[in-house]
Design a protein around this ligand. Structure first.
Ligand code: ZN
Length: 312
């Protein structure tokens, strides 16, 4: 199995729960160490840039990523979903990210763009307007064809570390690694069913506290399962990453959208396993998705968009 590793949100969305003593800087250190140990070079990071506008000192995170031999693509400024705003507002957000990234974006060998949440909007018309703009600006859209819903661990892990619940923290680290492996296989199997051959996959991990702690373990598990790490440019040569998957307002990645339109799907994680993660350390009666809804609502408010979201 061949995969191109990509890292989104080197600085996480405003309001994302973090355990004490974890920062974007410590997460970066952990991820750079893990990538270095496995000799994975030239990884593309897709970081929305509003955190840097809010705290200019954090541009250092992005600079350090590039200084380590990795690259940056454009991932919009606010990370607003194309379901929430019109094409023009979305394209303005792409330009605003350019203002922040500047030379760091220009230094990348290929000018990549990744849609916020890898969602391409509710209609072909809106997506098309954005894609025309991106093409005119010299961007290539890099989709996601393998992911494991890693953000779902952020609040439970912050709770576990904060309260010193070592058993919960260990359970979350283990389930995070297992989910990364299982979901990679699930995407690969779907790709095989849909296309009758092994696809090179574009794999995503976010810059979370758990990535700091166990990205190295995940990469080692991948190596143990004969995964070969390839450059994003190589994965992008496969037509699966060049076609436009049918538009859907649902929260689905590129491969999942193709599967959806084909009457197939990427096997979901076992509901009881996800419930164990989401409910870990959660006070009685609280909504496990409340933290994540609040993050998205903050983004909608900042861009003046229309709230329209379902986790289903
Ligand atoms: Zn993102």
């Amino acid at each position: 199995m061949k995969i191109a590793i990509t890292v989104d949100e080197l600085i996480l969305w405003a309001g994302t729960p973090m355990p004490p003593r974890y920062t974007a800087s410590t997460v970066l250190d952990g991820m750079l160490r893990a990538l270095g140990e496995h000799r994975v070079e030239g990884v593309y990071g897709f970081a929305h840039t509003s955190p840097v506008a809010d705290r200019p000192g954090e541009r250092e995170i992005l600079e350090r990523w590039c200084a380590a031999g990795h690259h940056l693509g454009n991932h919009t400024h606010h990370h607003a979903c194309l379901n929430w705003v019109g094409a023009r507002r979305y394209c303005d957000d792409v330009r605003q990210a350019e203002d922040v990234l500047g030379d760091l974006l220009e230094a990348a060998p290929t000018r990549y763009f990744r849609h916020a949440m890898d969602m391409t909007g509710p209609s072909e018309v809106r997506r098309g307007e954005v894609e025309d703009f991106l093409r005119a600006e010299g961007y290539t859209t890099a989709p996601i064809t393998a992911w494991f819903g890693d953000f779902a661990w952020t609040a439970p892990y912050a709770r576990a570390v904060h309260t010193g619940d070592r058993d919960a923290a260990a359970m979350l680290r283990t389930s995070f690694v297992e989910a990364a492996v299982a979901r990679l296989h699930a995407h690969a199997e779907t790709g095989r069913r849909l296309f009758g051959a092994d696809l090179p996959l574009i794999w995503l991990v976010h810059g979370t506290a758990l990535a700091q702690d166990v990205l190295g373990e995940i990469l080692q598990r991948f190596v143990d399962e004969a995964v070969e790490f390839i450059p994003l440019d190589d994965a992008m040569r496969h037509p699966v990453h060049r076609v436009h998957s049918p538009a859907t307002p649902l929260f689905r990645n590129h491969l999942e959208r193709i599967a959806l339109a084909s009457g197939d799907e990427v096997a979901a994680p076992p509901p009881e396993a996800m419930a164990q993660v989401l409910m870990s350390g959660l006070p009685e009666g609280e909504d496990p998705m409340a933290d994540y809804d609040a993050i998205l609502r903050r983004i909608v408010d900042r861009v003046g968009g229309t709230w329209n979201w379902s986790w289903a």
